[in-house]
Write a protein that binds this ligand. Structure first.
Ligand code: SF4
Length: 204
């Protein structure tokens, strides 16, 4: 199966198999006709739940039980998909993100390696400092630290914390998103001053 996207990428889907964890779901391997190495670090900083391996030249992101890995070679693997159609939709979505990442690369200075190191070493402790710290349980976890641990592991999302959506916590939410998603791909220069402020305020 070949997928041509509006951005000019072509994906060749080379493998579609049932998932090992759930045979009703599918996993796929696709090859994009482009070298993605130049945008790997950008993708790592953009995806909220992501791991980066410079050795393997890949970025892995997880959401709702699905795992997507993007390799510098152009290979993309996806697991836990509902159908081939979902795979197709997700590849189209990815092509849009790749295009924005290349655009970002062209219009901005190279990615600051300290941002990459900072995100690689992101800890639950640091993340916990920017949560409301009420342990209210609205997220159905035992408390904010448990939520922070899952957030860092990519198993929960910022939006799963209801109190962060309250007006009085808008600043915390913004700072938290900047911590886990330092690049938004809107091509604006990133301002991290409020993050530093929040981290400074919450340090004990
Ligand atoms: S919903 Fe938010 S504030 Fe409440 S326990 Fe979970 S992380 Fe903490």
């Amino acid at each position: 199966m070949k997928i041509q996207t509006a951005e000019g990428f072509t994906f060749s889907v080379t493998e579609v198999k049932p998932c090992l964890a759930d045979e009703a779901r599918v996993r796929i391997i696709a090859e994009a006709d482009v070298d993605l190495t130049p945008i790997l670090e950008i993708l790592f900083l953009y995806f909220r739940n992501a791991n980066y391996s410079s050795g393997l030249a890949c970025v892995t992101t997880k959401k709702a039980g699905q795992t997507v890995t993007v390799f510098g070679s152009g290979r993309v693997t996806m697991t836990f998909l509902l159908s081939e159609q979902e795979a197709r939709d997700k590849l189209v979505e990815l092509a849009h993100i790749f295009s924005r990442a290349f655009d970002y690369l062209e219009k901005n200075e190279p990615v600051d390696s300290s941002l990459v190191r900072e995100k690689e070493s992101l800890s639950a402790l640091e993340t916990h400092k920017i949560l409301p710290q009420t342990d209210c349980g609205d997220c159905e976890e035992s408390g904010c630290f448990a939520f922070a641990t899952l957030l860092v592991n990519g198993e929960r999302d910022v939006d799963d914390c209801g109190p962060l959506k309250l007006r009085e916590n808008i600043g915390l939410r913004k700072a938290l998103i900047k911590l886990i998603q330092p690049i938004t791909l809107d091509n604006a220069r990133e301002d991290r001053s409020d993050l530093a402020k929040f981290l400074g305020l919450k340090h004990t």
